[in-house]
Design a binder for this molecule. Structure first.
Ligand SMILES: NC(=O)c1ccc[n+]([C@@H]2O[C@H](COP(=O)([O-])OP(=O)(O)OC[C@H]3O[C@@H](n4cnc5c(N)ncnc54)[C@H](OP(=O)(O)O)[C@@H]3O)[C@@H](O)[C@H]2O)c1
Length: 329
């Protein structure tokens, strides 16, 4: 049987177990040009929730469809010349054991690394941190780099890459434990618990010379505080807005933003990781080398069992993860 989670209904406010519906169906047969893929690991991403809010960089989810999500798996049957049984592939086939996918929507992975790394640090997560920081943020040695959701999948990678680039690195995360862990285990210079209140004052204390690059994973209060702390010609890398995904209605933006952007000559630039996929091979090779040489710790938070996927996604919005949250099947 093919076990699946369907996207059952649009949440009013926070997602809950009733956002999803479990179902079991026959394993599909691949048609000409398709491959049958068996899922090995599912990526849990804040974006999964954002896709429920309406059109983003992709179409909104429709109730009744298999819950979308990025995954990695192996080809168990192929009717496509480019793929053979046993190939490891990644793609967006969602929360299910098996999928018959057009070969053109699958990317073959040839890197010899465990699934735990291929699902995040050596794939979308690592690439998001790499391109966002190095191509959009363009840090220089000695710069102060601030990153929000610093203990999460992208944040842990951003902080460590910024250290390799010779920067001073400050993170924000929910809870003192996570903050202590960032400094003790990942080499951050300082970390601030944004849930403790007074985030602007706390950040000002640990960024005495201001912020040159702010890698924004959250939007919300940390972005507001960062705007006031930015140095002249600072860069704000708009990567995501996780504080506004799991809500009924996103909060209106801060009124003073345009003034601050003008006077400080800031550059706010959004990006989607796929924008840089023409440079993907080189970036993946560098990330893999850094991990292999121990220069970067690849932090993964693995939950076992497809049945746990909804709870794991809900957990992202409660800050239950450290590093990349993924479901092993
Ligand atoms: N632009 C792109 O191409 C691209 C690609 C991938 C991801 N992203 C974005 O990158 C960001 C991070 O994604 P990720 O996969 O690395 O997820 P993640 O950081 O591993 O997980 C989300 C984290 O966000 C924090 N969080 C949850 N609710 C929050 C709130 N209301 N305010 C502030 N923080 C909150 C939680 O940590 P705390 O304990 O700190 O609260 C949680 O651990 C997201 O915004 C995502 O959409 C963008």
């Amino acid at each position: 049987m093919n076990r699946q989670w369907l996207y059952a209904k649009q949440p009013q406010g926070k997602i809950g177990p009733d956002t999803f519906q479990w179902t079991e169906t026959a394993i599909p047969a691949p048609r000409e040009g398709e491959a049958l893929v068996r899922t090995r690991m599912l990526s849990l991403d804040p974006a999964n929730r954002a896709w429920m809010m309406g059109k983003t960089y992709r179409d909104a989810l429709e109730p009744g469809q298999v819950m979308s999500g990025f995954a990695i798996g192996e080809v168990v049957e192929s009717k496509s010349g480019g793929l053979k049984t046993g190939d490891i592939v990644e793609g967006d086939w969602g929360w299910q054991d098996y999928a018959a996918m057009p070969a053109r929507r699958l990317a073959k992975r040839t890197t010899k690394a465990p699934f735990e790394l291929l699902i995040g640090p050596l794939s979308v997560t690592g690439l998001t941190a790499y391109f966002g920081l190095l191509e959009v943020g363009r840090p220089k040695p000695g710069d102060t780099v601030l990153v929000s959701a610093a203990a999460g999948a992208v944040g842990t990678m951003v902080g460590q890459i910024a250290k390799l680039a010779g920067c001073r690195v400050v993170g924000t995360a929910g809870g003192q434990d996570k903050c202590d862990w960032l400094v003790r285990d990942l080499g951050f210079d300082a970390a601030v618990d944004y849930k403790a209140g007074g985030v602007y004052r706390a950040l000002r204390a640990v960024c005495p010379t201001g912020v040159d690059v702010y890698f924004d994973n959250t939007g919300g209060p940390v972005l507001e505080a960062a705007l006031s702390l930015m140095n002249l010609r600072g860069r704000i890398v708009c990567c995501g807005n996780v504080s506004q995904y799991d809500v009924e209605k996103p909060a209106p933006g801060p009124m003073a933003v345009p003034g601050l952007v003008v006077t400080k000559r800031l550059r706010l630039e959004g990006f989607i990781v796929m924008d840089f996929y023409d440079q993907r091979a080189e970036a993946e090779a560098r990330l893999a080398r850094w991990v292999e040489e121990g220069k970067i710790k690849a932090i993964v938070d693995i939950v076992d069992g497809l049945d746990k996927a909804p709870q794991a996604l809900i957990g992202l919005f409660e800050g239950r993860n450290k590093g990349k949250m993924a479901v092993r099947i």
